[in-house]
Each structure stands twice: as structure tokens, then as C-alpha cells.
Design a protein around this ligand. Structure first.
Ligand code: HEM
Ligand code: HEM
Length: 183
């Protein structure tokens, strides 16, 4: 994190801030999602579900902002020393993460909508349902949401593993490209 990085070889401040805040929300929501079933009593469980869904929708909103800033600011070039297959792996991996950041909350939202539940936060903020109540579709959408969550966890394991390997072992992509307080 303290490695010197040329200013041009760093993501823009907005992209760094969005990466850090979205990573925190997504990792927190993965943990919350996995804990949902074991929460007692039922009133706390209902509250936890409600927070889980709200956090998921915030992630979706931040993703829209992030895609805009990514289009506007671009990404720092990868060093030429990196083998072509590693560049390709980085592009595919990052693309997959963007896709999953969209597909995971949308599948959850579809699953929630198929259940026919109505949700309202803080007494005024309500979430529109994406599809009409559909009990026949519920199991499929549940499997989709859960399957996409586990895919995300697997890709994240590779993503964080690769980031740490390139920082500590290969020393060719410092974490400071994405994590740095400087403007
Ligand atoms: C908490 C542990 C995490 C670490 C240590 C980490 C680390 C990094 C680093 C170092 C980069 C820059 C790669 C480069 O040098 O080009 C990066 C990029 C990226 N990270 Fe993470 N990350 C983490 C969590 C996440 C999470 C939870 C997500 C979303 C599900 C995510 C999505 C991305 C994406 C999409 C990029 C590519 C950005 C772009 O080029 O637009 N990361 N991450
Ligand atoms: C960042 C976004 C999200 C993440 C990371 C996430 C993650 C998870 C995880 C890890 C689980 C538990 C999976 C398992 O049982 O193995 C889960 C369950 C669930 N999620 Fe999400 N979720 C997100 C967004 C949403 C949204 C936006 C909704 C609805 C609006 C939602 C609704 C649900 C529901 C209803 C369950 C319970 C599934 C069941 O009955 O087994 N999620 N989520």
C-alpha cells in the first residue's frame, strides 16, 4: 500500500472511492445473506432481510455511477511486462465482476418480486416489483440468486488472491493503483 506509484498508474479518486465503498457493501451483504436463515427471533430476521435488500439496491445504484466514471476516467494501463494471458485474465475477471455486481442484486430483486412481497423502508421508501407475483417461478429465481452469489464469491477469491500476489510476490501491480488516500 505504501509502494510508490506514478500518478498516471492509479485509478481516479472517484473510482477508488467507489471500489472501496462497493467492496465493503458487497462483502457485508454476502455475509448478511449467508447469515439470514440463522437470525432469531423472526422480527429481527425480517429486519435483516429488509436491510439485505436495501443494501443490494444501493449497490445497484452505485454501479450505475461507477460505470459512468469508468467510461469517463478509464483505467490505468497495465505494465508491458505483464504476460498477455495475465492481461486477458484481468480484463475477463474485471468484466465478470461488473456483470455479477449487476446480476446478483437484479436476481435477488426478481426473486423478491416473484414472492409478491411489498417492502417499505423508513416509512416512505418503497421498492417497485419488477415482475408480477409468480409462485411457479420462485424456486428458479431463488436458485439463480444463490448460484450467482456463490459464483461471485469464487470470482472474488481469485480477484483478491491475484491482487495480493501481484502486490506482494510479483511486485508488478501495487495495491496503491486501487487503494490510496492521495488525490
Ligand atoms: C476486499 C478485497 C478487494 C481487493 C484487495 C481488491 C483489489 C483490487 C485491485 C488492486 C484492483 C486494481 C487492479 C489493477 O491493478 O488494475 C481492483 C480492481 C477491481 N475490483 Fe477489486 N478488490 C477487492 C474487492 C472487490 C470487490 C468486492 C469487487 C466487486 C464485486 C471488486 C471489483 C473490482 C473491479 C470490477 C475492478 C476493475 C476496475 C476497473 O478496471 O474498472 N473488487 N480490485
Ligand atoms: C450486493 C447484492 C447482494 C448480495 C451480495 C446478496 C447475497 C446473498 C447471499 C449470499 C444470500 C444467501 C445465499 C445462500 O443461501 O447460500 C442471499 C439470499 C437472499 N437474497 Fe441476496 N444478495 C444481494 C442482493 C439482494 C437483493 C437486491 C434482494 C432483493 C431485493 C435479495 C434477496 C435475497 C433473498 C430473498 C434471499 C434469501 C434466499 C433464500 O430464500 O434462500 N438479495 N443473498
Amino acid at each position: 500500500m505504501n509502494s510508490p506509484v506514478a500518478p498516471a498508474a492509479r485509478y481516479s479518486p472517484s473510482l477508488r472511492l467507489l471500489h472501496a465503498s462497493m467492496a465493503t457493501l458487497i462483502l457485508g451483504n454476502l455475509w448478511l445473506g449467508l447469515s439470514l436463515e440463522s437470525i432469531e427471533p423472526i422480527s429481527r430476521k425480517f429486519q435483516a432481510f429488509s436491510w439485505h435488500k436495501l443494501i443490494g439496491l444501493v449497490v445497484l445504484a452505485l454501479l450505475v455511477a461507477r460505470l459512468f466514471w469508468r467510461w469517463r476516467d478509464g483505467a490505468p494501463a497495465l505494465p508491458n511486462s505483464l504476460p498477455i494471458w495475465q492481461r486477458l485474465a484481468a480484463h475477463i475477471g474485471h468484466g465478470l465482476l461488473y456483470l455479477l455486481m449487476c446480476a446478483v442484486p437484479v436476481s435477488g430483486w426478481l426473486y423478491h418480486s416473484a414472492s409478491g412481497l411489498k417492502l417499505r423502508w423508513f416509512g416512505w421508501l418503497s421498492m417497485p416489483n419488477l415482475i408480477a407475483p409468480n409462485p411457479a417461478l420462485k424456486p428458479l429465481l431463488q436458485t439463480l440468486h444463490v448460484g450467482l452469489c456463490w459464483t461471485l464469491m469464487l470470482v472474488l477469491l481469485l480477484h483478491v488472491g491475484a491482487a495480493l500476489k501481484h502486490h506482494w510476490w510479483d511486485r508488478d501491480l501495487p495495491l496503491g493503483r486501487m487503494f490510496s488516500w492521495r488525490g
